[in-house]
Write a protein that binds this ligand. Sequence first.
Ligand SMILES: [Zn+2]
Length: 187
Amino acid sequence: MDQHSDEFEGLEQSSEFAAVPDAFQRLWTPHRMVYIQDGQQPHPDDCPFCLAPGMTDEKALIVARGKHAYVLLNLFPYNSGHLLVCPYRHIATYDEASPEEIAEIGSLTQVAMRVLKAVSHCDGFNIGMNQGRIAGAGIAGHLHQHIVPRWALDSNFFPIIAGTKAIPRLLGDVRREVAGGWPTDQS
Ligand SMILES: [Zn+2]
């Protein structure tokens, strides 16, 4: 332990970081920076939610594609199986969505819930949209609905797992599982 103490002496103390109140949030910061480059809202040309549909499902972590919207895994899951439903169009807020987009975001959300129930046996969901940076949207320029499956005990252990390097490997596995459970007659 003494050796470890010496090693840590040269490191910055978390208390010296601005706006980083605890170790848990600090864990997520490097991941979020993948999306929040330079603190700017992405131009549609380099918006991750505009670019994803042009990639393979595996690379973009897409689980289902509809006509007006699609479903992908969140790169920064609050929980395993954390999905996002995005319109293809680069619109920022819900009131800008067309009736067709609203309808399909809704139906894709329903299917996603059924699939997550079937493959992960979750006990509940948090579903919602953070709109605008002030409201917590990581990618405020492109509307996205969160679907977060919840298990009775998840808050006890998952943040520990989620904050580790296990996540990148798990995401591919989770995508395969959710996409595999997606009904073929519904997108
Ligand atoms: Zn976009």
